[in-house]
Design a protein around this ligand. Structure first.
Ligand code: PRP
Ligand code: URA
Length: 207
């Protein structure tokens, strides 16, 4: 069953404050995205399937659990790259498939410019993008990941708008959305309020 999860942890609130602050410099902004993604990924991976494995400790044998499912991370370029290493740190065996979209600011539609998927789709895919605004980029990304063959897809974002969540849920009712915050809504330019501004520009210092 799909879920919409907003993290309530005090550490998330604390790090979000620094992330939102317009005076936070790029190098700290990037660190904050990374820290928040670690917390987000911990929550989003809580239901990953595990298999029993026999392990020999220095003292005896014991049954442990490990993850054998093929997992794919799909960062939406550019801003999704800021989240990718944090998830890889927790799931080092994950494969990474890049998807390049930019939002055309006049039509607000996502424009695809890059795709690098492997021949075999993963069993579980996590689409990574800090901002879920109108939801156009997320819906298109999930379309492509599903067309490719992935069945179990979740969306990880730092900030989501109610409008974006609704759009993703309508198009993909089976997709869970994990977000550090669900904000008030979109402004007249479809930027999230209160938001954090342009995530890609703040991560890559292209303001
Ligand atoms: C931003 C963001 C999402 C998209 C969200 O990317 O990272 O991909 O906009 O908007 P939407 O939900 O309305 O589609 P942007 O187009 O600014 O590209 P960038 O990551 O290269 O900066
Ligand atoms: N893209 C961003 O980077 N920020 C927003 O608020 C909306 C789209």
């Amino acid at each position: 069953m799909s879920r919409v999860v907003e993290l309530k942890h005090p550490l998330v609130k604390h790090h979000m404050a620094m992330l939102r602050d317009k005076n936070t410099p790029t190098y700290i902004f990037r660190d904050q995205i990374r820290r928040l993604t670690l917390l987000l990924a911990y929550e989003a991976t809580a239901t990953l399937p595990v298999e029993e494995v026999n392990i020999e400790t220095p003292l005896c044998n014991t049954m442990c659990k490990h993850i054998t499912t093929r997992i794919g991370l799909v960062p939406i370029l550019r801003a999704g790259l800021g989240m990718c290493e944090a998830v890889q740190e927790l799931i080092p065996q994950a494969e990474v498939w890049h998807l390049g979209f930019y939002r055309d600011e006049s039509t607000l539609k996502p424009v695809e410019y890059y795709q690098k998927f492997s021949e075999h789709p993963p069993e579980i895919a996590f689409v990574l993008d800090p901002m879920l605004a109108t939801g156009g980029s997320a819906v298109e990304a999930v379309n492509m990941v599903k067309d490719w063959g992935a069945e179990n897809v979740s969306m990880l974002c730092t900030i989501a708008s109610p409008e974006g969540i609704e759009k993703v849920q309508k198009a993909h009712p089976d997709v869970s959305i994990f977000s550090c915050a669900i904000d008030e809504g979109l402004n007249e330019n479809a930027y999230i309020l209160p938001g954090l501004g342009d995530a890609g520009d703040r991560i890559f210092n292209t303001l």
